[in-house]
Design a protein around this ligand. Sequence first.
Ligand SMILES: [Zn+2]
Length: 318
Amino acid sequence: MADLRGGIDLGGTKIQTAIVDSDGKVVGEARHPTPTDGGPEDVAAAMATALREAAKDAGVASSELAGIGVGSPGDADEKTGVVSSARNLPEWEGSFPLGEKLTEALGAEVKIGNDVQVATEAEFELGAGKEFESLLGVFWGTGVGGGLILGGKPWLGRGAAGEIGHMVVKRGGALCPCGRRGCLEAYAGRKAMEAEARERHGKGEKTDLFKLMEKHEKPRLTSGIWERALDHEDKLAKELIERAVEALGTGIASAINLIDVGAVILGGGLGIRFGERLMEPLTKEMDKHLFVNERPPAIRVASLGDLGGAIGASLLIS
Ligand SMILES: [Zn+2]
Protein backbone atom coordinates (compact mmCIF):
# COMPACT_ATOMS: atom_id res chain seq x y z
CA MET A 1 0.00 0.00 0.00
CA ALA A 2 3.06 2.22 -0.13
CA ASP A 3 1.64 3.96 -3.19
CA LEU A 4 -1.24 5.50 -1.24
CA ARG A 5 -0.80 8.99 0.17
CA GLY A 6 -2.85 10.95 2.64
CA GLY A 7 -3.87 14.59 2.31
CA ILE A 8 -5.35 16.92 4.91
CA ASP A 9 -6.82 20.31 4.06
CA LEU A 10 -7.02 22.33 7.25
CA GLY A 11 -9.64 25.05 6.84
CA GLY A 12 -11.16 27.56 9.23
CA THR A 13 -14.49 25.73 9.24
CA LYS A 14 -13.68 22.19 8.15
CA ILE A 15 -10.96 19.59 7.98
CA GLN A 16 -11.13 17.67 4.71
CA THR A 17 -9.03 14.55 4.36
CA ALA A 18 -8.42 12.23 1.40
CA ILE A 19 -6.46 9.10 0.56
CA VAL A 20 -5.05 9.41 -2.94
CA ASP A 21 -3.51 6.73 -5.18
CA SER A 22 -0.53 7.21 -7.51
CA ASP A 23 -2.80 8.37 -10.36
CA GLY A 24 -4.25 11.15 -8.21
CA LYS A 25 -7.52 9.27 -7.71
CA VAL A 26 -9.29 9.66 -4.35
CA VAL A 27 -9.89 6.22 -2.80
CA GLY A 28 -11.04 7.33 0.66
CA GLU A 29 -12.19 10.55 2.30
CA ALA A 30 -13.58 12.03 5.48
CA ARG A 31 -14.57 15.48 6.67
CA HIS A 32 -14.83 16.92 10.17
CA PRO A 33 -15.66 20.40 11.45
CA THR A 34 -12.64 22.36 12.68
CA PRO A 35 -12.85 22.68 16.49
CA THR A 36 -13.94 26.21 17.35
CA ASP A 37 -12.43 26.25 20.82
CA GLY A 38 -9.50 24.61 22.56
CA GLY A 39 -6.21 25.18 20.77
CA PRO A 40 -3.73 23.72 18.28
CA GLU A 41 -3.58 20.41 20.21
CA ASP A 42 -7.33 19.94 19.72
CA VAL A 43 -7.13 20.87 16.06
CA ALA A 44 -4.28 18.36 15.56
CA ALA A 45 -6.33 15.64 17.30
CA ALA A 46 -9.34 16.33 15.07
CA MET A 47 -7.07 16.20 12.00
CA ALA A 48 -5.67 12.81 13.06
CA THR A 49 -9.18 11.44 13.65
CA ALA A 50 -10.39 12.61 10.23
CA LEU A 51 -7.33 11.16 8.47
CA ARG A 52 -7.74 7.78 10.23
CA GLU A 53 -11.35 7.74 9.09
CA ALA A 54 -10.35 8.41 5.47
CA ALA A 55 -7.71 5.65 5.68
CA LYS A 56 -10.33 3.25 7.00
CA ASP A 57 -12.60 4.27 4.11
CA ALA A 58 -9.74 3.28 1.77
CA GLY A 59 -9.14 0.01 3.63
CA VAL A 60 -5.69 0.84 5.07
CA ALA A 61 -4.19 1.99 8.37
CA SER A 62 -2.66 5.48 8.48
CA SER A 63 0.76 3.93 9.26
CA GLU A 64 0.63 2.03 5.94
CA LEU A 65 0.53 5.27 3.91
CA ALA A 66 3.63 6.45 2.03
CA GLY A 67 3.17 9.75 3.82
CA ILE A 68 0.64 12.43 4.66
CA GLY A 69 0.63 16.00 3.35
CA VAL A 70 -1.10 18.90 5.07
CA GLY A 71 -2.30 22.14 3.50
CA SER A 72 -2.32 24.63 6.36
CA PRO A 73 -3.31 28.25 6.72
CA GLY A 74 -0.94 30.66 8.43
CA ASP A 75 2.79 30.55 8.04
CA ALA A 76 3.64 26.90 7.30
CA ASP A 77 7.32 25.97 7.39
CA GLU A 78 7.78 23.05 4.97
CA LYS A 79 11.19 22.14 6.42
CA THR A 80 10.26 21.94 10.11
CA GLY A 81 6.52 21.25 9.97
CA VAL A 82 5.90 24.18 12.30
CA VAL A 83 2.79 26.33 11.71
CA SER A 84 2.70 29.89 13.04
CA SER A 85 0.05 32.61 13.19
CA ALA A 86 -2.85 30.56 11.83
CA ARG A 87 -5.16 33.33 12.99
CA ASN A 88 -8.42 31.91 11.69
CA LEU A 89 -7.91 28.85 13.94
CA PRO A 90 -8.60 28.84 17.70
CA GLU A 91 -5.78 30.10 19.94
CA TRP A 92 -3.21 29.73 17.19
CA GLU A 93 -1.35 33.03 17.36
CA GLY A 94 2.03 31.47 18.15
CA SER A 95 3.95 28.50 16.71
CA PHE A 96 2.93 24.86 16.91
CA PRO A 97 4.89 21.75 15.73
CA LEU A 98 1.96 20.38 13.72
CA GLY A 99 4.08 18.02 11.59
CA GLU A 100 5.69 16.37 14.61
CA LYS A 101 2.38 15.94 16.47
CA LEU A 102 0.66 14.36 13.46
CA THR A 103 3.59 12.02 12.77
CA GLU A 104 3.32 10.78 16.38
CA ALA A 105 -0.44 10.32 16.14
CA LEU A 106 -0.58 8.70 12.70
CA GLY A 107 2.65 6.71 12.42
CA ALA A 108 3.58 8.08 8.98
CA GLU A 109 5.79 10.83 7.60
CA VAL A 110 3.97 14.18 7.56
CA LYS A 111 4.79 17.19 5.37
CA ILE A 112 3.25 20.61 5.82
CA GLY A 113 2.61 23.15 3.05
CA ASN A 114 0.57 26.28 2.50
CA ASP A 115 -3.14 25.52 1.91
CA VAL A 116 -3.65 27.78 -1.08
CA GLN A 117 -0.38 26.82 -2.75
CA VAL A 118 -1.11 23.07 -2.53
CA ALA A 119 -4.63 23.63 -3.90
CA THR A 120 -3.10 25.56 -6.82
CA GLU A 121 -0.64 22.72 -7.45
CA ALA A 122 -3.47 20.17 -7.42
CA GLU A 123 -5.35 22.13 -10.11
CA PHE A 124 -2.09 22.44 -12.09
CA GLU A 125 -1.23 18.72 -11.89
CA LEU A 126 -4.65 17.11 -12.04
CA GLY A 127 -7.39 19.70 -12.47
CA ALA A 128 -8.48 22.72 -14.50
CA GLY A 129 -4.90 23.93 -15.06
CA LYS A 130 -3.45 20.73 -16.53
CA GLU A 131 -2.82 22.12 -20.02
CA PHE A 132 -0.97 25.27 -18.87
CA GLU A 133 2.71 25.89 -18.08
CA SER A 134 2.06 28.92 -15.89
CA LEU A 135 -1.01 29.96 -13.97
CA LEU A 136 -2.46 32.00 -11.18
CA GLY A 137 -4.79 30.28 -8.70
CA VAL A 138 -7.35 32.58 -7.08
CA PHE A 139 -9.25 31.13 -4.15
CA TRP A 140 -12.29 33.28 -3.48
CA GLY A 141 -13.79 32.34 -0.11
CA THR A 142 -13.63 33.67 3.45
CA GLY A 143 -10.58 35.57 2.29
CA VAL A 144 -9.04 35.76 -1.17
CA GLY A 145 -5.95 33.54 -1.44
CA GLY A 146 -3.64 33.03 -4.37
CA GLY A 147 -1.05 30.57 -5.63
CA LEU A 148 1.41 30.74 -8.51
CA ILE A 149 2.91 28.24 -10.93
CA LEU A 150 5.55 29.78 -13.19
CA GLY A 151 7.21 27.75 -15.95
CA GLY A 152 5.85 24.51 -14.49
CA LYS A 153 7.14 25.22 -10.99
CA PRO A 154 5.51 26.61 -7.86
CA TRP A 155 6.66 30.16 -7.16
CA LEU A 156 6.74 30.86 -3.43
CA GLY A 157 8.92 33.95 -3.48
CA ARG A 158 10.54 34.14 -0.06
CA GLY A 159 7.55 32.25 1.30
CA ALA A 160 4.79 34.83 0.95
CA ALA A 161 4.17 35.05 -2.82
CA GLY A 162 0.71 34.83 -4.32
CA GLU A 163 -1.14 37.04 -1.83
CA ILE A 164 -3.46 38.38 -4.48
CA GLY A 165 -6.09 39.16 -1.84
CA HIS A 166 -3.88 41.96 -0.59
CA MET A 167 -3.23 43.59 -3.94
CA VAL A 168 -4.46 47.14 -3.58
CA VAL A 169 -7.46 47.79 -5.79
CA LYS A 170 -8.33 51.15 -4.26
CA ARG A 171 -5.88 53.40 -2.43
CA GLY A 172 -7.28 54.44 0.95
CA GLY A 173 -10.27 52.18 0.30
CA ALA A 174 -12.27 49.81 2.50
CA LEU A 175 -10.67 48.32 5.62
CA CYS A 176 -9.32 44.80 5.01
CA PRO A 177 -9.37 42.03 7.65
CA CYS A 178 -5.53 42.30 7.46
CA GLY A 179 -5.75 45.80 8.93
CA ARG A 180 -4.71 47.66 5.77
CA ARG A 181 -6.92 49.58 3.38
CA GLY A 182 -8.10 49.03 -0.15
CA CYS A 183 -7.05 45.37 -0.56
CA LEU A 184 -8.97 43.13 -2.98
CA GLU A 185 -10.04 41.02 0.01
CA ALA A 186 -11.65 44.06 1.66
CA TYR A 187 -14.21 44.02 -1.19
CA ALA A 188 -14.37 40.36 -2.24
CA GLY A 189 -13.61 38.25 0.86
CA ARG A 190 -16.70 36.55 2.27
CA LYS A 191 -15.86 37.83 5.74
CA ALA A 192 -15.49 41.44 4.59
CA MET A 193 -18.65 41.18 2.45
CA GLU A 194 -20.61 39.92 5.44
CA ALA A 195 -19.33 42.77 7.64
CA GLU A 196 -20.35 45.31 4.99
CA ALA A 197 -23.80 43.71 4.59
CA ARG A 198 -24.30 43.75 8.38
CA GLU A 199 -23.32 47.38 8.67
CA ARG A 200 -25.58 48.52 5.85
CA HIS A 201 -28.47 46.37 7.07
CA GLY A 202 -27.96 47.90 10.54
CA LYS A 203 -28.28 51.34 8.98
CA GLY A 204 -31.64 50.39 7.54
CA GLU A 205 -30.86 49.01 4.07
CA LYS A 206 -33.28 46.25 3.13
CA THR A 207 -31.94 42.75 2.54
CA ASP A 208 -33.06 39.15 3.01
CA LEU A 209 -29.48 37.93 3.51
CA PHE A 210 -29.74 37.56 7.29
CA LYS A 211 -33.27 36.16 7.16
CA LEU A 212 -32.03 33.47 4.76
CA MET A 213 -29.08 32.79 7.05
CA GLU A 214 -31.41 32.17 10.00
CA LYS A 215 -33.90 30.18 7.97
CA HIS A 216 -31.18 27.80 6.79
CA GLU A 217 -29.58 27.73 10.26
CA LYS A 218 -26.18 28.94 9.10
CA PRO A 219 -23.80 30.69 11.50
CA ARG A 220 -22.60 33.02 8.75
CA LEU A 221 -23.40 34.19 5.22
CA THR A 222 -22.18 31.11 3.33
CA SER A 223 -21.73 31.04 -0.43
CA GLY A 224 -25.05 29.14 -0.59
CA ILE A 225 -26.84 31.98 1.22
CA TRP A 226 -25.36 34.57 -1.15
CA GLU A 227 -26.55 32.46 -4.08
CA ARG A 228 -30.09 32.19 -2.72
CA ALA A 229 -30.19 35.94 -2.13
CA LEU A 230 -29.07 36.56 -5.73
CA ASP A 231 -31.74 34.16 -6.98
CA HIS A 232 -34.30 36.20 -5.00
CA GLU A 233 -32.98 39.37 -6.66
CA ASP A 234 -31.91 40.78 -3.30
CA LYS A 235 -30.69 44.30 -4.06
CA LEU A 236 -27.95 44.54 -1.43
CA ALA A 237 -26.61 41.04 -2.18
CA LYS A 238 -26.50 41.87 -5.88
CA GLU A 239 -24.69 45.13 -5.22
CA LEU A 240 -22.09 43.54 -2.95
CA ILE A 241 -21.42 40.66 -5.35
CA GLU A 242 -21.01 43.16 -8.21
CA ARG A 243 -18.61 45.15 -6.05
CA ALA A 244 -16.67 41.95 -5.31
CA VAL A 245 -16.47 41.05 -9.01
CA GLU A 246 -15.26 44.56 -9.84
CA ALA A 247 -12.48 44.23 -7.25
CA LEU A 248 -11.58 40.72 -8.45
CA GLY A 249 -11.40 41.88 -12.07
CA THR A 250 -9.18 44.80 -11.10
CA GLY A 251 -6.85 42.75 -8.87
CA ILE A 252 -6.54 39.78 -11.23
CA ALA A 253 -5.95 42.00 -14.28
CA SER A 254 -3.21 43.90 -12.40
CA ALA A 255 -1.55 40.61 -11.49
CA ILE A 256 -1.75 39.48 -15.13
CA ASN A 257 -0.17 42.76 -16.27
CA LEU A 258 2.82 41.81 -14.13
CA ILE A 259 3.21 38.07 -14.73
CA ASP A 260 1.27 37.41 -17.98
CA VAL A 261 0.40 33.78 -17.22
CA GLY A 262 -1.85 31.83 -19.59
CA ALA A 263 -4.56 30.90 -17.13
CA VAL A 264 -6.39 31.95 -14.01
CA ILE A 265 -7.93 29.13 -11.98
CA LEU A 266 -10.83 30.36 -9.89
CA GLY A 267 -11.49 28.26 -6.79
CA GLY A 268 -12.67 28.67 -3.20
CA GLY A 269 -16.23 28.44 -1.88
CA LEU A 270 -17.50 31.53 -3.70
CA GLY A 271 -15.31 30.95 -6.74
CA ILE A 272 -16.60 27.44 -7.33
CA ARG A 273 -20.22 28.42 -6.70
CA PHE A 274 -20.23 31.62 -8.76
CA GLY A 275 -17.40 31.06 -11.25
CA GLU A 276 -19.53 30.14 -14.26
CA ARG A 277 -22.36 32.48 -13.38
CA LEU A 278 -20.07 35.50 -13.04
CA MET A 279 -17.61 34.63 -15.80
CA GLU A 280 -18.95 37.28 -18.17
CA PRO A 281 -18.93 40.27 -15.77
CA LEU A 282 -15.54 39.17 -14.41
CA THR A 283 -14.05 38.97 -17.90
CA LYS A 284 -15.51 42.40 -18.71
CA GLU A 285 -14.04 43.92 -15.54
CA MET A 286 -10.63 42.43 -16.28
CA ASP A 287 -10.74 43.70 -19.84
CA LYS A 288 -10.89 47.29 -18.56
CA HIS A 289 -7.55 46.90 -16.80
CA LEU A 290 -5.55 44.48 -18.95
CA PHE A 291 -2.66 46.31 -20.58
CA VAL A 292 -2.57 43.78 -23.43
CA ASN A 293 -6.21 42.83 -23.81
CA GLU A 294 -6.14 41.19 -27.25
CA ARG A 295 -5.24 37.87 -25.66
CA PRO A 296 -6.65 37.69 -22.15
CA PRO A 297 -5.71 34.67 -20.00
CA ALA A 298 -8.07 31.69 -19.93
CA ILE A 299 -10.25 31.72 -16.82
CA ARG A 300 -11.24 28.29 -15.55
CA VAL A 301 -13.23 27.27 -12.52
CA ALA A 302 -11.28 24.88 -10.29
CA SER A 303 -12.34 21.35 -11.21
CA LEU A 304 -11.30 19.35 -8.14
CA GLY A 305 -13.92 21.12 -6.02
CA ASP A 306 -13.89 20.71 -2.26
CA LEU A 307 -11.32 17.93 -2.45
CA GLY A 308 -8.69 20.03 -4.27
CA GLY A 309 -6.96 21.13 -1.08
CA ALA A 310 -6.64 17.60 0.33
CA ILE A 311 -5.51 16.16 -3.03
CA GLY A 312 -2.94 18.96 -3.35
CA ALA A 313 -1.69 18.28 0.17
CA SER A 314 -1.15 14.61 -0.74
CA LEU A 315 1.09 15.76 -3.60
CA LEU A 316 3.58 17.07 -1.00
CA ILE A 317 4.56 13.40 -0.58
CA SER A 318 6.66 12.40 -3.58
ZN1 LIG B 1 -5.44 43.07 3.17
